[in-house]
Design a protein around this ligand. Structure first.
Ligand SMILES: [Fe+2]
Ligand SMILES: [Fe+2]
Length: 372
């Protein structure tokens, strides 16, 4: 995928007194910024919009009651427990990797409004990983160090999960070790794939616990809040990629041709399909009460992949995928809008059962005022 014109890019200095603070001089990367946070005037409004959206969604995992889930988890059969644990471990890996990847991307971003948004995103990724930890300790109740090691090292026993994880790890590490235009853009697109595609299949399985078994509401509320965050992260990365294409299409053409972007997206989706298929086989999905089956899960991944590809101006990746979401019943549980893939306005207030503290209690945002 690489070519011979890879242009080195420089890590930001802590402060660059020779740099400019002016919005008009800004570039997403490779600009000459002072590295000062000056967002009084901005070039990339989507960075501020993403910041506002994420701050409006502010939540604290420790405020979600998991009490009832402790008893309900014990009522799951062995297969259901294995699927629950396997997916939770897989999600913890994704968020941990993202938490370690983002600071490296931020170090090369030269637009302060985008840095600001990515810094909040990074905080959220840490919060997500901690939320999964809370479920591991409070609901699954793993305290023994052997059990904990078994849980957290799931990736090392499942070669399909390891293969999927390595797709991200290789690209993120490649950029960290050798930062240039090519590895940077590849890391951006791969981050978009994780945020927009790879989290979703696992989330849908958790929604199925509510749909088919009417239980584990605390865990599912946590997942809903994380899903909403991931959705805003996917939008932020789509905006960054679209802006790069608009601003300097040569950068993308030179470094990653359209077909290569499609290849990255397809590879991420294929690896997720493979992991989910194996998960269903390994833990015998037919012995659970979940409504998801392997064909349906694969169709849903393909549908979501097409939606994400279109968002960054690409052709659909899977021409035979359904045109509407094949897991609409689970999307309803999530509070997401099935048509747009976005979140319903009333999501927070109407669907989270135990969590009442919102930033609306603290502050009102300009865009909210405008909507009234
Ligand atoms: Fe996350
Ligand atoms: Fe994320």
């Amino acid at each position: 995928m690489s070519n011979n014109t890879e242009k080195k890019i420089l890590r930001n200095e802590i402060f660059n007194p020779e740099g400019s603070d002016s919005a008009k001089d800004r570039k997403i990367f490779g600009g000459n910024s002072s590295n000062f946070l000056n967002v009084a005037d901005v070039k990339y409004q989507f960075g501020i919009d993403a910041y506002n959206k994420m701050m409006q969604n502010f939540w604290i995992p420790e405020k979600i009651s998991l009490g009832a889930d402790i008893v309900q988890y014990l009522e799951l059969n062995a297969y259901e427990k294995e699927i629950f644990n396997d997916l939770l471990s897989s999600l913890t890996w994704l968020d941990s990797a993202q938490m370690n990847n983002l600071p490296n991307l931020i170090d090369f971003i030269t637009a302060p409004e985008i840095k600001l948004a990515l810094s909040v995103q990074n905080f959220q990724e840490a919060l997500h990983a901690k939320s999964y930890n809370n479920i591991v300790h409070s609901v699954i109740r793993l305290t023994d160090s052997k059990d904990l090691t078994y849980f957290y090292r799931n990736w090392s026993r499942n070669k399909f999960l390891e293969k999927r994880n390595n797709f991200f790890l290789t690209t993120f590490q490649e950029f960290q070790d050798n930062p240039n235009e090519f590895t940077f853009i590849k890391a951006l697109v791969t981050t978009y794939v994780m945020e927009g595609i790879n989290f979703t299949a696992a989330f849908r399985h958790f929604y199925d616990f509510v749909y088919s078994k009417n239980m584990l509401f605390g865990t599912i509320d946590t997942i809903k809040l994380i899903h909403r965050d991931e959705d805003s992260h996917a939008s932020l990365f789509a905006d960054i990629i679209n802006e790069l294409i608009k601003e300097d299409s040569k950068i993308l053409q030179k470094n990653l041709k359209t077909s290569m972007l499609e290849e990255i997206i397809k590879e991420g989706a294929e690896l997720e399909k493979e992991y989910i298929s194996i998960l269903h086989k390994e833990h015998d999905l037919s012995k659970t009460q979940l409504t998801i089956n392997t064909i349906n899960a694969i169709q849903a991944i393909e549908y979501i992949t097409n939606v994400r590809a279109k968002k960054i101006g690409l052709n659909i990746i899977y021409p035979n995928a359904p045109e509407t979401d094949p897991q609409e019943h689970l999307v309803k549980v999530s509070g997401l809008d099935a048509k747009t893939g976005g979140l319903k306005e009333s999501f927070f207030e109407n669907t989270v059962t135990n969590y009442k503290f919102t930033t609306q209690d603290l502050i009102s945002f300009d865009d909210e005022e405008e909507e009234k």
